[in-house]
Design a protein around this ligand. Structure first.
Ligand code: DGJ
Length: 728
């Protein structure tokens, strides 16, 4: 396992448990070619895959244009002959954009470097091996370091790129993508996750055809609309079979991901920061680091890719005290009260919640400045004592006395035009001088690329967080970036603002989790508008969607779980009729659906019908019984409501395969009363398992290959859990 270099053939071989990745140096001009990425193979020299002889018409020197336009590349550059999507483009002081990289040297070492200012996966020396390929454009004196890390126990390879200006002149980078993957001659499908507010991460699977199929964000956040993720797979691959390549960017701002079928039916896939509206002024001796891309290979379908991402993110991305811990069951007052609350109301909710076994009260938007609705107050992070009589400490102490933890909401990146902060510092908002900036949810975006802005916002947050026993923060972000302009940047650096904004965000979150390591941070962006691996580096959980209807959530959570671990997925039981769509679903079903995630409540427990309130202690017990399994186990998709429009079914199996939990949600009752057959996954063929509900005992083989009948239930939106335990 690990990384080997064959000096004779000039081939690098990166091995994970079940995959191999090969890179070759082309003798002429030392271009870095891509040889292979796929199922593990023993060979170490397969240079023929680069098709180099095909590029040399006899008795003529090689024609570099057709050569560079067809050779599989590791990191293609702009303007010198590769007309496919390239990864690196510059603008020199003389206005030229061409660049070209050739291999210079390499280092291989144990462990994995961090990326300055950026989130990334981490690993100890015993977990992973890193290759740094150093290459340069000798004309520009521009150095690029391509960094690859392989994990010993996971079929994942991470890639990032560092660009260093060794020249005396300033060089502008106008495009620095993070990874390129050239594959050959197969019939591929593409999965991306699209959506909108309240309907995030819908699965879109389509054939990759000629030309470029691109997804991207230019909203300043990774967005509700697209995920910084794509999976490329054999056309007949499914959940359990076939080759799948996942590419996910550890980044929370503008991105692009693109799959392209080229003239010779090769496939080029790239992912990285969106080059649109991006320029980085790289002064002499300075470096720019592009975010990390995580490549996952599975020869066993989408499900195996998913489980690799889950393991990687649970063990090598998510950090902090809650990384491996059960999260407190919270009750959030947003859907209960919206802005209309005070200390008494919150304490009423807390008292009833405590009686029912809930463990934390989260006070959402509206506790600060002048904020009775979303028209004012953002930026004024001072307690509104007319709402919270006796101040925050009083409220927190009272809540603590009831045995509950206390959590609080912030939206640190924003400012309301109607706020003292904005009146004092109108230039702190991102804006274009002379142009009236667009409002989104009646608010403007703070220019957190500026340190003085971050310092002031953070010191206000610090006062609040250090003044009372706050054990959870919900960090919200409710609008996209527009009118891009910063008064602190010059004409030739305005193109850095989108990225600097993201770096500023990471800096702020880093300060907070460093100063308050015991605080459980949950990120949020109008629901799931910034659910990405970058944010997971700072917060072990993210609010999945503002849509809390259990049935809509099935689809949203299926798309989310395709990449992100269940432990990270904020999911709550909410009131009915649903505030999202008016639908009425049984309280039990709402509990089963929320059980897949972090679990909590988003309702006014004091006004809940008695029958529903009485079910809460049972749900609390259900969470405590199953959360260890759900949080740490292997996730298998059994049936998809997105596909069949009738029912949803998924399973979590413990790592030792001794326990499994199947969640079955019948969205529609079957007209013919017949049971549905489902097939368990991930069990041991010969092990005997007991179904807790009926006491029946069957082998894992029987449960997986013969299947389980789930009786039709009378009514729509009903659910059940099947707890499967190995017989001792
Ligand atoms: C959007 C979030 O997604 C909601 O949960 C809530 O916190 C509101 N913002 C508050 O303004």
């Amino acid at each position: 396992m690990g990384i080997q270099y064959n000096e004779k053939s000039r081939v690098f071989k990166l091995d994970t448990p079940k995959s191999s990745y090969m890179i070759g140096i082309v003798d002429e001009e030392n271009f870095i070619g891509h040889i292979y990425f796929g199922k593990k193979i023993a060979d170490s020299d397969m240079r023929y895959l680069m098709r180099l002889p095909e590029q040399l018409p006899s008795e003529r020197p090689r024609d570099r244009v057709s050569f560079l336009d067809t050779i599989p590349m590791e990191y293609s550059t702009h303007g010198v002959g590769d007309f496919r999507e390239t990864c690196l483009r510059v603008r020199t002081n003389s206005g030229h954009s061409a660049c070209s990289l050739s291999y210079v040297s390499h280092v291989i070492y144990k462990g994995k470097p961090t990326l300055p200012g950026l989130p990334s996966t981490f690993g100890k020396e015993e977990d992973c091996t890193t290759l740094e390929l150093i290459c340069e454009d000798a004309v520009l004196k521009l150095r690029a370091v391509l960094v690859y890390t392989v994990f010993e126990h996971l079929d994942a390879i991470t890639r990032s790129v560092k660009v260093i200006n060794d020249s005396e002149d300033t060089i502008y980078l106008t495009k620095v993508l993070s990874a390129c993957l050239d594959l050959d001659n197969k019939d591929y499908d593409l999965i991306t996750l699209y959506g909108l507010w309240s309907k995030e991460r819908m699965i879109n699977r389509r054939r990759i055809t000629d030309g470029k199929q691109r997804i991207s964000s230019l909203r300043g956040v990774s967005s509700h609309q697209e995920q910084p993720f794509m999976a490329i797979m054999e056309h007949d691959a499914n959940e359990d079979r076939g080759e799948v390549y996942g590419m996910n960017l550890v980044y929370s701002g503008n991105f692009m991901a693109q799959a392209e079928i080229t003239q010779l039916t090769q496939l080029r896939a790239v992912i990285g920061i969106n080059p649109e509206d991006f320029t980085w002024k790289l002064e002499s001796s300075c470096e720019f680091v592009a975010p990390e891309a995580v490549l996952v290979y599975s020869a066993e379908g989408i499900g195996e890719m998913t489980r690799t991402y889950h393991d990687l993110y649970r063990n090598h991305l998510i950090r902090g005290e809650y990384k491996d811990k059960k999260r407190p069951i919270l009750i959030n007052n947003w859907e209960a009260t919206y802005f209309n609350f005070n200390t008494d109301k919150l304490l009423d909710i807390a008292k009833e919640a405590a009686r029912l076994g809930i463990e934390m009260l989260v006070m959402d938007d509206g506790w600060f400045g002048k904020r009775e609705d979303d028209n004012s107050g953002l930026g004024d992070w001072f307690v509104n004592e007319s709402k919270l009589k006796g101040g925050l400490s009083y409220l927190v102490n009272e809540v603590n006395k009831l045995g509950l933890k206390f959590g609080i909401w912030f939206e640190p990146e924003m400012v309301s035009p109607d706020s003292d902060l904005y009146r004092e510092h109108p230039d702190w908002a991102i804006h274009v001088p002379g142009r009236t900036g667009a409002l989104g949810r009646n608010q403007l975006v703070l220019d957190i690329s500026r340190k003085e802005v971050r310092d002031e916002i953070y010191s206000r947050m610090y006062q609040i967080l250090s003044g009372s026993n706050i054990e959870y923060v919900k960090w919200d972000m409710n609008r996209s970036l527009t009118d891009i302009g910063s008064v602190s940047l010059d004409a030739d650096t305005q193109g850095e603002l989108y990225h600097r904004f993201v770096l500023g965000l990471y800096d702020l979150q880093d300060r907070m989790i460093t100063d308050f390591p015991h605080i459980l941070l949950e990120n949020c962006s109008s629901g799931g508008g910034r659910f990405d691996p970058g944010m997971l580096y700072y917060s072990p959980q993210i609010w999945t969607s503002d849509n809390t209807d259990a049935i809509d959530r099935l689809k949203i959570q299926e798309g989310t779980m395709m990449i992100y671990p269940l432990s990270a997925m904020g999911a709550h039981v909410a009131v009915c009729p649903s505030h999202s769509n008016g639908r009425i679903t049984p309280f039990e079903t709402r509990g089963y659906v929320a059980l897949a995630g972090t679990f909590g409540y988003e309702l006014d427990v004091t006004r809940l019908p008695e029958e529903e309130r009485n079910l809460i202690p049972e749900q609390v017990a259900m969470y405590h019984k199953y959360n260890d399994l759900v949080r740490t186990g292997d996730y298998y998709r059994i049936a998809s409501y997105q596909n069949n429009q009738e029912y949803d079914c998924y399973e979590v199996v413990s790592k030792d395969k001794k326990e499994a939990l199947v969640t079955f949600i019948q969205v529609q009752c079957r007209p013919n009363y017949r049971a549905r057959r489902i097939y368990a996954k991930g069990l041991l063929d010969d092990c005997l398992y007991r179904l807790e509900e009926t006491g029946e005992v069957y082998s894992g083989g029987a449960l997986m290959y013969a299947g389980i009948n789930i009786d039709n239930m009378w009514g729509d939106y009903l659910g059940k859990l099947l707890h499967i335990m190995a017989v001792k």
